[in-house]
Design a protein around this ligand. Sequence first.
Ligand code: PNS
Length: 159
Amino acid sequence: MRRAVCPGSFDPITYGHLDIIARASVHFDQVVVAVLENRTKSSLFTVAERIEMIRETTSNLPNVTVDSWSGLLVEYCKSNSIQAIVKGLRAVTDFDYELQMAQVNLQGSGVETMFMATAPAHSFLSSSLVKELAHYGGDVSTMVPASVNEALKLRVAGK
Ligand code: PNS
């Protein structure tokens, strides 16, 4: 079985992430969306909230599952028989860091990283941008699913 992981913080999931996950699901038997439990990075949503949002917004994709992990991504891949990491590349600014991570991950583990070109409509999109806009009352309805938009509104209102 060909299994891939789409890893990330997903704080929160955006249409850019969903586009990569859906396209990856065409090329693999199973795609695991894995949310990093990062103790150092402060987040707007808890890991459990992020998992719930991802589950709901990927429920139309039968071969996509959602999980969380902490530690090295390649260790997670090895423990879960995952052969490939799938990442979206938005622009050249992503490239240096992503290449470095892909090379570190490949070395020793043999886990491949496959990059997918982000759809042009999403090339400027990031969770950080969405949070910044939502914080100041900006309209993010074209960037995230409706349920995520609602959750964002409640969270920035302090609920
Ligand atoms: O959505 P993000 O925050 O850009 O995702 C980055 C992520 C979580 C994919 C990356 O930081 C990661 O894989 N972290 C886990 C630790 C690890 O394995 N690092 C790579 C080798 S140094």
